[in-house]
Write a protein that binds this ligand. Structure first.
Ligand SMILES: [Zn+2]
Length: 292
């Protein structure tokens, strides 16, 4: 799949802004160091590898936590710029997406996340990892007490104010450190919505997250599906490729495996949760009833 000159130059420009703030990652699923293995897009400064051992796709040279946190996080700036560049590259598509997303939002007030929370976590303490400004909690049932972790400081403060009104709170920290702020087995459910694709240490976070859940408590996940049809058709222009803020590119197989490897059981992952025609997939895992 050829990378257009414009896209190439846009990504090189973004790469330059992270100079000196990158880390080397081994495979987030099996741990293998794939330095020097072929990249999916060899002409890019961002190295997207597919692990030869386990087939996990990931960004090898990813921004450090330090470059992502704080008030003027580099990635927010880079994403704003990327959206503008995308619109310039594909103005018709950008306009069409704006309309279809607007229509979708208008006709689906009870979206999938709300439906899943109502069904699987109707009450109790619910932790939203990567909660942003906390707006998702407004759609949580009244009996849910919202908690959150957010790496962006201003957003974390807004979420904290919002959650405090319902008896919860939000912590400003990367997920791994933020989870330490909560007692083990203190949550009746957890949400990782558009979060796991950003996390440079997904297995470590999941391992710590499961300890914070009560036995049988569910974890609702939404991530881009690297195995979808649109990704094969559009190549690097696929909306799920957000460099460098998306550092993990899960398929149904690798998502299932990272959850099982970290102790979770799969509660629901049906055809409609992982339709190849959708850019995203949904999975509900849970902490097993008895953890031996
Ligand atoms: Zn691997």
């Amino acid at each position: 799949m050829p990378v257009t000159a414009q896209l190439q130059s846009d990504l090189a420009q973004g790469f330059a802004s992270f100079h000196g703030q990158l880390m080397h990652r081994t495979c987030p699923l099996c741990g293998q160091d794939n330095a020097g293995a072929p990249a999916l897009f060899p002409s890019l400064p961002w190295h997207i590898r597919q692990c030869p051992a386990c087939s996990m796709v990931y960004l090898e040279n990813a921004p450090t936590y330090e470059s992502l946190s704080g008030d003027s996080a580099a990635w927010q700036q880079s994403w704003r710029e990327e959206k503008e560049r995308r619109a310039r590259r594909e103005p018709v598509l950008a306009a069409a997406q704006k309309v279809t997303h607007g229509v979708r939002d208008a006709i689906k007030p009870r979206d999938k996340l709300t439906a899943l929370i109502n069904r699987y976590i109707p009450r109790g303490n619910v932790l939203d990892v990567g909660c942003g400004v906390g707006h998702r909690a407004e759609r949580f049932p009244a009996d849910v007490v919202p908690f959150g972790i957010e790496i962006e400081q201003a957003a974390a403060q807004r979420a904290d104010t919002l959650f405090a009104k319902r008896g919860g709170r939000a912590v400003f920290a990367p997920a791994l450190a933020g989870l330490d702020a909560f007692d083990d087995q203190s949550f009746d459910g957890m949400v990782m919505y558009a979060y796991l694709e950003h996390e440079v240490e997904p297995a470590a976070v999941l391992r710590k997250a499961i300890a914070k859940l009560r036995p049988a408590a569910p974890l609702i996940i939404k991530v881009p599906n690297h195995g979808c049809v649109n990704r094969s058709v559009r190549g690097l222009r696929w909306c799920g490729y957000r460099l460098p803020d998306h550092v993990n590119y899960f398929t149904p197989a690798t998502l299932t495996r990272i959850l099982r490897d970290t102790g979770f059981a799969i509660l629901r992952f049906n055809f409609f949760d992982r339709m190849p025609t959708s850019d995203n997939m949904w999975l509900i895992a849970h902490r097993p009833h008895s953890t031996a």
